[in-house]
Write a protein that binds this ligand. Structure first.
Ligand code: PLP
Length: 452
């Protein structure tokens, strides 16, 4: 203990040791946490204390869309700090108005009133409260393969097993689950297109048989849980069902927003206009913590005469708003949304070739620069190497072994249960894509050897 309290310059080992012993490593059994000491980052790379460079093939947590250390965004942080580092949310300030103008220009049509939070989690909590206050109803439908955040309501609407630790007593009431859309492994046993998108109709059945449904929340393309892309009819059908039954649609674009899928927002692929859109991450390329909950004018109008019972000290924090404007301006200048769309065929071709070569790959799927490579023990049965239960129990996962091998080769790759999420910064070059996919190609020998 005492050697960690030295006032001398800290060694890398001491920095790791202090972090490891006195900070929580999130979403894990603590003894498995061995944090790397990162000292720098630039463009698509970050650098450890030994000077080794890592290609950031998942943009950290699918959030550094602009790449690391963009000079214009860094300057905007300094500028905002010089101009007005904090003012309470009850006041207007210039960066808030400028960001609002940008959002009105870029968000799907109809989303006109904004609540600024400091994370995707907080923005979803705001969305649930707004939906409940506006409709006077309680229930929120979400889907099993989903992640919506870590606090009480957002974790209660999360379908994946990160919710389990809160059950039964810590789960907020009023959150119910529908099957996800997964055309590779349909949870209700259908095959597209003969299914006629039964997974959407199932949700109508739920609404008809549940009283009191305020909203449904969906990731338009499911992120962490496997880049699950719905068939083209799904989102428009779901919106029509919502309208028919007076249920609000909340689009959780925390991960899919800001160009990741080749459009500014993922719902733009299908022309769907949600009642509420939630986003975070790429809005500032994660340089500063900002979440956004955007609602229609109709919802906004309700609160002209009714108490808006929500707020935070750090709501609309100026230090997050100025940098968001700079991030969006940089995305426009560098044409990164167009770039994500243009690189899609290149990634598709490379990953399809990878699948042809490796028996451990069951499926590759994606849009823009947002892709999953799903591993299976057996292509016929589609049985994964590991289950959600393995993840929670701390059983070593095959995907983690492959990712560790890639890390050794200087490529940082996010892995989850039995798939990888490939989501490099949108400034990535074809050569960098080759490097990342090349490392996966080599590391997949580990999984191939385990195929049954
Ligand atoms: N919603 C989705 C779809 C996410 O992917 C995430 C985080 O990964 C969240 C919500 C929560 O966002 P945050 O981690 O900023 O609280």
């Amino acid at each position: 203990m005492s050697d960690l309290l030295t006032t001398e310059a800290l060694t890398s080992e001491q920095i790791i040791s202090i972090t490891r012993q006195h900070n929580y490593g999130t979403w894990r059994i603590q003894k498995t946490w061995k944090p790397m000491h990162v000292v720098d980052a630039e463009g698509c790379y970050f650098i450890d204390a030994a000077g080794k460079r890592y290609l950031d093939f998942s943009s950290q947590l699918m959030c550094v869309n602009l790449g690391h250390k963009n000079p214009k965004v860094i300057e905007s942080i300094a500028e905002q700090a010089r101009e007005l580092p904090y003012i309470a949310p009850g006041y207007a300030c210039t960066s808030r108005a400028k960001l609002t103008q940008k959002l009105l220009e870029l968000l799907p049509e109809g989303l006109e009133k904004f609540f600024f939070a400091t994370s995707g989690t907080e923005a979803n909590e705001a969305a649930f409260k707004i939906a409940r206050m506006y409709t006077g109803k309680t229930k929120i439908i979400s889907r099993y393969r989903s992640y919506h955040g870590s606090t009480t309501s957002s974790i209660s609407s999360t379908g994946d097993p990160r919710r389990w630790a809160m059950e039964p007593s810590g789960k907020a009431p009023g959150h119910i689950f529908a099957p996800e859309t997964n055309c590779y492994k349909c949870p209700i046993g259908h095959t597209y297109p003969s299914c006629n998108v039964a997974c959407a109709d199932y949700i109508e059945h739920m609404i008809q048989n549940e009283s009191d449904v305020a909203a449904i929340i969906v990731e338009p393309i499911v992120g962490t849980n496997g880049v699950l892309i719905p068939p083209p009819e799904y989102m428009p059908r779901l919106k029509a069902i919502c309208e028919k039954h007076g249920v609000l649609m909340i689009a959780d674009e925390v991960m899919t927003g800001w160009g990741r899928t080749g459009k500014w927002f993922c719902v733009d692929h299908w022309g769907v206009k949600p009642d509420i859109l939630v986003t975070a991450k790429g809005i500032t390329s994660a340089y500063v913590p900002l979440g956004l909950c955007a609602t229609t004018r109709k919802i906004a109008d309700y609160f002209e005469e009714h108490y808006f019972a929500h707020g935070h000290t750090y709501e609309a924090h100026p230090m997050t708003l100025g940098p968001a404007v700079a991030t969006i301006e940089e995305m426009e200048r560098l044409k990164l949304v167009e770039r994500a769309a243009a690189l899609e065929p290149y990634v598709r071709e490379k990953l399809t070739a990878l699948k042809d070569k490796h028996p451990s790959i069951g499926d590759v799927r994606g849009m823009g620069l947002f892709w999953a490579v799903e591993l299976v023990k057996n292509r016929e049965t589609k049985e994964p190497f590991n289950s959600m239960r393995d993840k929670i129990d701390g059983t070593p996962l095959v995907v983690d072994q492959v990712a560790a091998k890639m890390m050794g080769m200087g490529v940082a790759q996010q892995a989850w249960v039995s798939h990888f999420v490939i989501a490099p910064p949108l400034i990535v070059t074809e050569a960098e894509l080759d490097k990342g996919i090349g490392a996966m190609d080599e590391a997949l020998a580990i999984a191939d050897a385990l195929v049954e």
